[in-house]
Ligand binder design. Structure first.
Ligand SMILES: Cc1ncc(COP(=O)(O)O)c(C=O)c1O
Length: 451
């Protein structure tokens, strides 16, 4: 063991979303290197990157095509501001992203990460309505259990109390609606037989207050950080129609779902709709470098296009906006999509994965098995009939995480939800191995607190 690195980590580092006391007597997993779908620790032990390194790795780690794109760029131009100057990788990437998304999406605004991609959409929407002489449209609608990032703006529209309640006193007011969670339906309906009654609160709100509303922001088909809650494309389709009917913007946060993870390039495609703003990050660079992008239409862009004296400029930018190396990584990732036909490839992997997950349903403490593309989640419950949850203090997820590590899996359950978020490069054999190892962890009663 590399004692000095362990000691230095504890001395100097404060890790994100981590209770540091958990590591008072325990070592952190120090990753030494990665290859393909695997991470290797300092002792050479191999771990399958079951959660794609926080949902961003697409084609496996260190993909040679992407390495080549980035290293070529490293010898040409490392960084330059994007205000008043431009560069080839950002220009070519913007062109490719416009071609990849659907009309009328036509303009790309780069930023640094998923939170900023969403912040940009919120600010653009707000400013757009001011330019259109509708300044009263200054509130947003979001969903309970929604997650859009950790900045103050995105937290104000977040609906995960565990993450957001400490900051509530400074978050701005917004309209929060029930989450369309089929397993725990807020309208007490059964999936398949419902009429999407969960959209009624949206329609009621818009009928009464749409003149105060700038936009509705949500994660399409999957509320990821809120507990891997999945909902049907029909909900998204109807919600999009309501936003049009009541003249508010639709902001789709595809930071997590974008770039193939749901089986289509973008999750909105499943619903046959196009948002006013599309927020991208994570898979944008295949997970290699940090980057965010907000995609919008000429209609929005043109409202900002004016003589300087009119002060309609969008005053937003980050030092590393459109960074050439990150842009090159994104171009490299899109090249891999084209060369490896990644989207075609996963069409046979996805049903195989979903089928493999079916075996979990029989387990006494698995309340729900839900899958979307390369993502599958298991919601663990104390009682299947009442759907009683394990309490926070029982730490079911933590036990599963530790057992997963022993088996060579990086499972990082969210509360009582164990999930797989697999790279698009996962093979059939790897799916079988991951599902089997995950089963060994989840099926063992010793790993489930409170039984
Ligand atoms: C849907 C969604 N939006 C926004 C974010 C925030 O992205 P970042 O962590 O890059 O700021 C995340 C991160 O997990 C996310 O899942």
């Amino acid at each position: 063991m590399n004692l000095s690195l362990q000691k230095k980590d504890k001395k100097y580092l404060w890790h994100p979303y981590t209770q540091m006391k958990d590591y008072q007597t325990r070592d952190l997993l120090i990753i030494d290197h990665a290859q393909g779908n695997y991470l290797y620790d300092e002792h050479g032990k191999r771990y399958f990157d079951t959660i794609s390194s926080w949902w961003c790795i697409l084609h496996g780690h260190n993909h040679p095509t992407m390495q080549e794109f980035v290293s070529r760029q490293l010898h040409r131009l490392d960084q330059v501001l994007l205000a008043g100057t431009s560069h080839e990788p950002a220009i070519l990437l913007a062109e490719k992203l416009v071609k990849l998304t659907s009309a009328p999406l036509s303009k790309i605004f780069f930023s640094d990460n998923g939170s900023t991609a969403c912040e940009v959409a919120l600010k653009m929407s707000l400013q757009y309505w001011r330019h259109r002489e509708l300044p009263a449209k200054n509130r947003f609608i979001s969903l309970e259990r929604g997650y859009h990032g950790d900045t103050i703006g995105t937290m104000s529209l977040g609906g995960v109390p565990e993450f957001h309640q400490e900051f509530k006193s400074i978050l701005f007011p917004s309209f929060s609606l029930p989450s369309p969670h089929c397993y725990r339906c807020p309208m007490n309906r059964e999936p398949g037989s419902c009429e999407l009654e969960c959209l009624n609160p949206l329609e009621t709100l818009l009928a009464e207050k749409s003149e105060q509303v700038a936009a509705f922001i949500l994660e399409p088909l999957l509320q990821a950080a809120g507990g891997m809650r999945m909902y049907p494309p029909a909900y998204l389709n109807r919600a999009a129609k309501l936003t049009k009917k009541y003249n508010i913007h639709l902001i789709l946060d595809e930071v997590a779902t974008g770039f193939g993870r749901t089986g289509r390039m973008f999750a909105y495609e499943h619903a046959g709709i196009v948002p006013d703003f599309l927020c991208l990050s994570k898979g944008l660079t295949g997970g290699m470098l940090a980057m965010g992008a907000t995609v919008t239409s000429d209609k929005i862009y043109n409202a900002f296009y004016a003589d300087y004296g009119e002060n309609k400029t969008f005053y937003h930018g980050h030092t590393f906006t459109g960074n050439p190396l990150a842009s090159a990584a994104a171009l490299g990732s899109l090249q891999v999509f084209a060369e490896e036909k990644s989207l075609d490839y996963i069409q046979s992997i996805i049903p195989h994965l979903h089928q493999g997950m079916e075996r979990f349903r029989a387990l006494e403490w698995v309340g729900d098995v839900r899958c979307l593309g390369m993502i599958c989640a298991l919601e663990l419950v104390k009682d299947k009939t009442s759907k009683e949850e394990f309490s926070f203090s029982e730490r079911v997820g933590w036990k599963i995480y530790l057992k997963g590590l022993e088996k060579g899996l990086i499972l990082r359950p969210m509360g009582n939800t164990v999930y797989l978020w697999l790279p698009l490069s996962t093979s059939r054999d790897e799916v079988d191995e991951i599902v089997e190892l995950t089963y060994q962890v989840v099926a063992d009663p010793k790993n489930i607190v409170g039984l």
